[in-house]
Ligand binder design. Sequence first.
Ligand SMILES: [Fe+2]
Length: 361
Amino acid sequence: MTLATLQDLYRAELDDLYDAEQQIVAALPKLSAAAASSDLKAAFDKHLERSRIHIERLDVIFKKLGATRSGVRSAAMETLIREGDTRIQLATDPDTRDAALIAAAQHVEHYEMAGYGCARTYARQLNDEHAADLLQQTLDEEGSADHELTHIAEMGINQAARQGQTLDSQESSRLRYVDADDFEGETFDPSDIHVRSRKGEDLGHIDGFLVDETGRPVYFVVDSGGWFLGRHYLLPVGTAKRESAGERALVVDIDKHTFKRYPEFHKQGFMAMSNDEARRYEWRVLEAIDPNAARQRPAAAIVYEEYEYYRAPAWLGAGTTTGTDRDRGRTSAARGTQPATDTRREEGERPRPRKPGSDVR
Ligand SMILES: [Fe+2]
């Protein structure tokens, strides 16, 4: 096969990714079986399911290209898996073996991320936006898997930290996840609330919230019910309208076409992100909703107060999250620690905005 054009290079990259994914699907059950940590096993099992979806997406792209796969073996992936396997075999201690498993998987993830990043760029340059979107979604998922592995590895470091070492936790995202069942609004019960577009499309139901350090909701986490690849996505709270007080549905001015540009949301992956990574992720959400607004500011300079999208509507009775932060194993800080929260709990009062211009993330 010669590589005369960018199209040839694109096809070669897709061929390599396709075989790499097949090798990963074959290897992941062995990695899962070798893992001692239940979190690590769960991460491998989840990634196995994801990898099957990645193959389906590649199938869609090949079909649209009208191309048959070359069947060429990805020698690079074969080597990465073999070298990882050698180290895993040599590790005699379960914790060390888990560390070796994480390292092997992260070498694989980074190879895939490089390949998907290149293929996504080629697709864009060849004006195939649909393929570029599919490849970007897979790239995001590979990135989330990588973050999750880092998070699992650092949990081990946390254990060491409890034995006397110091951890710098300043880098974690300032947003945290609150389950819909743990959300307590004055007038709004988020359970079983559906989301639909202005056109009447069913966009899923509210599954939870991302709240800031004061407990104020910034995003709805929506379970698409399956129409959205990756299933979950984020809606900035100001994008959803409630047309009547008794209605069990929210209406958004975002249609399914816009969601093609949208990044998937994975709770564990998001919570494993550093603050900078979370900001970049949020920037991508804003870019999907309002590309011009996003491109005027780098991710680090976006301030919630400057955009309607993040303004919590009065009906949300916002800022009153309760219960336990299940992801971090600590009690929500929202109640009892923020005087401003209590003063805005009077019915109908808008959540108190923070200081204009303050860097809220
Ligand atoms: Fe993959």
